[in-house]
Design a protein around this ligand. Structure first.
Ligand code: SF4
Length: 209
């Protein structure tokens, strides 16, 4: 597989926020979000076999693995990586950008799907495979990335239409003041969680954390 980086840090987003995780960042992305904070993962990486990856993560004192990108589902071997790491008794979250069908990875024991939905300000909203939302189960999570009121209204319509069974996070694009988003959620009485990127609060918007 082509791997951009592997590191050990605090999970900064979603249900596992605050929990130490091993991050496996897979190289390559099929989207180009306007606010992308991970451009360094588009092309740079090194070839690693699944055995090498498993040996590498074994050095960390941690049983939680986050497979992220880029877009990890672009590489065919990601499925084998998931199955191999699960067999080693890790718990996995996989962060996927919402453009690729997730049916091959739903309902796997100890695997949490973290599905992004991109709103209009990303310029990638038309690439979303929204049928994915109905495939998620109650232990998965949906992360909708919001930059402005147009995005918020779009996100609200998505959850009203698809009625996700899983945890739903509305997450402001980094460096946007989250207060507006908090006020909109409260004003509409939405049953969603405000998600903040705590790893960036701790270390800033830098690579490898
Ligand atoms: S999906 Fe993620 S990595 Fe890909 S362009 Fe969007 S923000 Fe960047």
């Amino acid at each position: 597989m082509n791997i951009n980086e592997i590191f050990y840090s605090i999970q900064g987003e979603g249900k596992w926020t605050g929990l130490p995780n091993i991050f496996i960042r897979v190289t390559g992305c099929n989207l180009r979000c306007s606010y992308c904070d991970t451009k360094y993962a588009y092309y740079d990486g090194k070839e690693m076999s699944i055995k090498e990856i498993v040996n590498y993560i074994n050095k960390y004192p941690c049983r939680y693995v986050c497979i992220t990108g880029g877009e990890p589902l672009l590489q065919a071997e990601t499925l084998e990586l998931i199955n191999t790491v699960l067999k080693k008794n890790y718990k996995i979250s996989i962060e996927t950008n919402g453009s690729i069908n997730v049916e091959d990875i739903v309902n796997k024991k100890s695997l949490m799907i973290s599905l992004d939905i991109k709103c209009p300000s990303s310029n990638m909203n038309e690439k979303m495979h929204l049928e994915n939302i109905s495939l998620l189960n109650k232990d998965d999570q949906l992360k909708i990335i919001i930059q402005n009121k147009e995005d918020y209204d779009y996100a609200k319509k998505i959850i009203q239409k698809y009625q996700p069974k899983c945890h739903v996070f509305f997450q402001p694009v980094w460096a946007n003041n989250p207060k507006n988003l908090a006020d909109w959620i409260l004003g509409d009485g939405l049953n969603v969680k405000l998600g903040l990127q705590i790893h960036k609060m701790i270390w800033g918007d830098v690579k490898g954390v």
